[in-house]
Ligand binder design. Sequence first.
Ligand SMILES: Cc1ncc(COP(=O)(O)O)c(C=O)c1O
Length: 387
Amino acid sequence: MSADKQLIYLDYAATTPLDARVAERMREVQDTAYFNPSSNHLAGRLSAQIVAHAATQLAALIKADAASILWTSGATESNNLAILGAAGQRQHRGKHLLTMRTEHKAVVDVFRTLEKRGFEVTWLDPDADGRLPPERLQAAIRDDTQLVSIMHINNETGVVQDIAGIGAICREHKVLFHVDGAQSVGKVSVDLSTLPVDLMSITAHKFYGPKGIGALYVANGVALEAQMFGGGQQRRLRPGTLPVDLIAGLGEAATIAAARYAGDLRHLSQLRQRLWDGIAEVAGIKLNGQEQGGYPGILNVSVDDIEGESLLLALEPLCVATGSACNSQSKEPSYVLRALGRSDKDAQSAIRFSMGRATSNDEIDVAIESYITAVAALRELAPGITA
Ligand SMILES: Cc1ncc(COP(=O)(O)O)c(C=O)c1O
């Protein structure tokens, strides 16, 4: 996995390694079909066919129509396009938008931008377990509400939202529903033939595909205002030359995920239980998120009287996170955990373990041992703050 044999990677929520078959497929496409899929010649058409095939692979994973797939550079771009595009397209009907406080920055900051542009955003709070009670959404919808954006699986806590229930309320009120599916597509069942979802953000590097490629699912009949301008590619909605190799890689990763995710979930559930059983006895430990029913690839815990950054260092060569990787420059306590009602101190001590396909029981055992030892050592260093 890495040049450093000691390294134990437990940060799969930040990114996953490239599956060997995905890498192979990408190399093949780089060698034989590097052409511009918009070129109107034989070679261009070959690349266009590869792109079309990848769309059918992704569509099969999410049970959607291949025509509903728009290629982007990843979930950040998909979130931007979905939210800015929907808000812009519908602003003549109303300027009220709904989202949650626990969304990823790539959603939160888009809504903050819209607030500066004169939109009104209602920021919904979760319950203590991180879930949005559907009646809270129901009560917040107004006549001028145009868009609801709620993530499927939280990247910090693994909390899973009730997408079917939330979507049903949106349909009832004829409000567009966008889902940030960055942490769910390829990892759990996502069936857009039954889920009432209008827009879903997808990214390949969270399910063993390449970085820098993703997609936005746009349901039939949903109109968006373009946010980028250039060539006429992708119905002018997202112009730019398509990266055929990355797209082929995403397609391959989607096919592998469709065959594997159920088995992956069983593997992850076992690992998460083992990890929790191993550290649950540490004095002052608290689980952040759902006790049951969350995504099993993530375990987020806080512990009394310890500061997360020091813990992170003490845990090396274990690679875990204090919050989302995208936010790790910030020394602020996680706003996601604060929204779950955690104190600043608790939020500051949080560690996110995230497991994946290659994680072994041995690695979990090392993680357990390291965590117990590191907490004890830090408490020894600063006994004054220990309760
Ligand atoms: C929930 C969520 N949304 C969006 C993103 C951003 O995805 P990308 O890295 O593909 O831009 C991430 C990844 O960190 C994520 O976890």
